[in-house]
Design a protein around this ligand. Structure first.
Ligand code: BGP
Length: 484
């Protein structure tokens, strides 16, 4: 068996990492607009890159020089979207995943009406996609909270943000429901524990005595409630609308077969899947609630919350997959970074320059595990490798390492499909070079399309096709039959 007919091949980006034009068209400040590029900080120390304080946010807002705030400029997709979509169409994309910047529609998050210019921008984007025959897959929230909500309410820790998000989602369904059938609620909903600011607008020093972690769980509960409400809304407002959840699939193996290592690994994997468990099964897992209780973390719930969560379960399960790691109870075990995590090194795997361990078989294991657990169609909505590329004198870009990464992962997807997994589609991260979510680097490149811009924003923004562009085009054309 090979890839099913109609398999949705494509690519994925997020508004804050590509659009730029951060203050154009009536857009308000978003949390990403204060994300800082830190050239002197080790790129493997992800925490140092994603951590903020009231002080650093204030300093960034006062800084009108955008050099060290790359997400403000992105790759200027805002003005290049026609050219970029044409390149995706040339590769044969069936689907393109993008997000809607909340602050383009609601600059502070609290306006009663959506900003007309913002509405018009995405409408044009979707019309162009339809013209090109590319199906949109839209993430409602991909690290794009209005900064005003973060400063006023400490982000999602405050219940009132649920209403703001529902108003935003309603506007999206109302205006774009005729173009968009596939929706995702929160990108990597589990990431709140790893970077609470970009995921949920939480500024740790505003959490007071309570501390950051309890704030994260409270915010998460609000996101679960919001997810339940908007899933129902999507079903009511969007013809054939489907809502998916989205998790970071952090594959963890036991470092040894010592039962203690296996037990520690099991705990880690259960914690990783807790978020999608809630959105698929419509209830908090008992063991997670018990764990929170033991840690003294109390979530404030309002009457009716659990019913909302129960009634608003998702239609499909999507996830990102980049790397795997191992777990060990040995405190001296050597560690390595992954996607905003620190895990124990696996001696059988090679790592990217950023320390992420490349593990295609782990993708197959993840697909089987998630399908067996949820029995819902799966969608891989992020997968790729960040690498430095070299532009040759003649302008060509040879990236065999990228082709190799994708080929090995696609072969494992094919095996999982052959084993019976229902896989709707695949969107690579990212089809075009963009600003890194964690380190705000431009030089950590993921694309099939090269963008001429460096970490400080120098460059012409010219788009060029890498070798991998033609390779992915062939894969799509043959629906995965030719990966050579
Ligand atoms: C995921 C995020 C993306 C993306 C990707 C790669 O966790 O959903 O936004 O950027 O990771 O991470 P990075 O950009 O840090 O290399």
């Amino acid at each position: 068996m090979s890839f099913p007919k109609g398999f949705l091949w494509g690519g994925a980006v997020a508004a804050n990492q590509v659009e730029g034009a951060w203050n154009a068209g009536g857009k308000g400040w978003s949390v990403d607009d204060v994300a800082t590029y830190k050239p002197n900080v080790d790129v493997k120390d992800y925490k140092a890159h994603v951590t903020v304080s009231s002080e650093s946010v204030k300093k960034a807002m006062e800084d009108s020089d955008d050099t060290y705030y790359p997400k403000r400029r992105g790759i200027d997709f805002y003005h290049h979207y026609k050219e970029d979509l044409a390149l995706f169409a040339e590769m044969g994309f069936k689907v393109f995943r993008l997000s809607i910047a909340w602050t383009r529609l609601f600059p502070t998050g609290e306006e009663s009406e959506a900003n007309a210019e913002g509405i018009a921008f995405y409408e044009d984007v979707f019309k162009e996609m339809k013209r090109l025959g590319i199906e949109p897959l839209v993430t409602l929230s991909h690290y794009e909270m209005p900064l005003a909500l973060s400063l006023k309410y400490n982000g999602w820790t405050d219940r009132r943000v649920v209403d703001c998000f529902v108003r935003f989602s309603r506007a999206c369904f109302e205006h774009y429901g005729k173009y968009v059938k596939y929706w995702l609620n929160f990108n990597e909903v589990d990431s709140i524990i790893r970077h609470s600011f970009i995921t949920a607008g939480i500024i740790p020093d505003l959490c007071g005595e309570k501390g950051e972690i309890p704030c994260c769980y409270q915010a998460l509960h609000h996101q679960f409630v919001a997810a339940g409400i908007v899933t129902k809304l999507c079903h009511e407002m969007v013809p054939d609308g489907q809502m998916g959840c989205m998790l970071t699939k952090l594959m963890t193996y036991p470092r040894t077969c010592a039962p203690e290592d296996v037990a520690a690994t099991q705990k880690k994997n259960l914690e990783n899947m807790f978020y999608s468990d809630v959105m698929v099964f419509g209830e908090y897992p008992r063991m997670i609630l018990r764990d929170l209780e033991k840690r003294g973390i109390k979530i404030q719930m309002e009457p009716g919350d659990l019913e909302i969560i129960k009634e608003g379960t998702v239609d499909f399960v999507s996830f990102s997959y980049y790397m795997s790691m191992t777990e060990s109870v040995d405190p001296n075990a050597e560690r390595t970074p992954g996607n905003t995590v620190l895990g124990v090194k696996n001696p059988y795997l090679a790592s990217s320059e950023w320390g992420w361990q490349v593990d295609p078989v782990g993708l197959r294991i993840s697909l089987i595990e998630l399908y067996d657990r949820y029995k819902k169609p799966l969608f891989i909505v992020e997968n790729g490798i960040g690498s430095r590329d070299v532009v040759e004198e003649d302008g060509s870009i040879h990236d065999p390492y990228r082709i190799e990464y994708f080929r090995r992962h696609f072969k494992e997807m094919e095996k999982a499909i052959d084993d019976g997994v229902e896989l709707m589609g695949y969107t690579s991260w990212a089809p075009i070079d963009l600003i890194s979510a964690s380190t705000s680097q431009m030089s950590k490149r993921y694309g099939f399309i090269y963008v001429d811009q460096d970490d400080l924003g120098n460059g012409t923004l010219k788009r060029s096709r890498k070798d991998s562009f033609y390779w992915y085009q062939k894969v799509i054309r043959t629906n995965g039959a030719d990966m050579e």
